[in-house]
Design a protein around this ligand. Structure first.
Ligand SMILES: Nc1ncnc2c1ncn2[C@@H]1O[C@H](COP(=O)(O)OP(=O)(O)OP(=O)(O)O)[C@@H](O)[C@H]1O
Length: 188
């Protein structure tokens, strides 16, 4: 059963305590919104959840994790489709790519080199990579940054579908994001 649990988690970065006493537990179908001012540690919390950053306390995850942050890691010289296909093959999810591209409405951008994409298009591409990953736990860092209203709706529907299939969504954001079965994780 997919799950993500933080119990009394604290994180120190650059000699500074970012957060402490963070506890929450998510099961399949549930979501969390991580909020707080600039520098509060939202991105750091997602990296802790992904196992990329050390913290004290207990972090338990059951399920594969996909982190969508500002580093989309898409080859700028490849076409969008080729860049996404590279990751989909590695994730053994080649069959999932077309529907993920449709979900974020980027199929028409398939032949465009990644370096020519606009900010919002690049963001939609990064989210497509997560949607196509097959991972049960999505960690989304400022996922609506740069997205137009329609794209925010598309992302919300993709999250709803993922949760309906038993997935978990954790989003760090300053902007509203409508997620089902959501709890707040405020960082001071
Ligand atoms: N590699 C690093 N080494 C040391 N300190 C870092 C490192 N990366 C980030 N920090 C610091 O950790 C703190 C929290 O950063 P983080 O990116 O997690 O905050 P955030 O809440 O996501 O901020 P924002 O709302 O601006 O995106 C900041 O003070 C930042 O300078």
């Amino acid at each position: 059963m997919t799950s993500l649990r933080f119990d009394d988690v604290a994180c120190v970065r650059g000699g500074r305590l970012l957060f402490e006493g963070v506890s929450f537990a998510l099961g399949g179908g549930e979501a969390a919104l991580v909020t707080g001012p600039n520098g509060a540690g939202k991105s750091s919390l997602l990296r802790v959840a992904a196992g990329l950053l050390e913290a004290t306390g207990t972090v338990e995850r059951d399920g594969a994790v996909a982190l969508a942050d500002e580093n989309a890691a898409l080859d700028r010289e490849l076409t969008l489709e080729a860049a996404l296909r590279f990751w989909a093959r590695l994730d053994r999810q080649a069959d999932a790519l077309a529907s993920a591209m449709d979900a974020m409405d980027i199929a028409h951008l398939a032949p465009v080199p990644v370096r020519m994409l606009s900010t919002g298009q690049r963001k939609r591409a990064a989210l497509t990579r997560t949607i196509a990953s097959g991972a049960a736990i999505w960690l989304l860092d400022e996922p609506t940054n740069g997205l137009d209203t329609e794209s925010v709706g598309r992302l919300e529907r993709a999250c709803a579908a993922h949760q309906a299939e038993g997935g978990i969504v954790v989003a760090a954001t300053h902007l509203p994001l409508d997620l089902a079965s959501v709890r707040q994780v405020p960082l001071a």
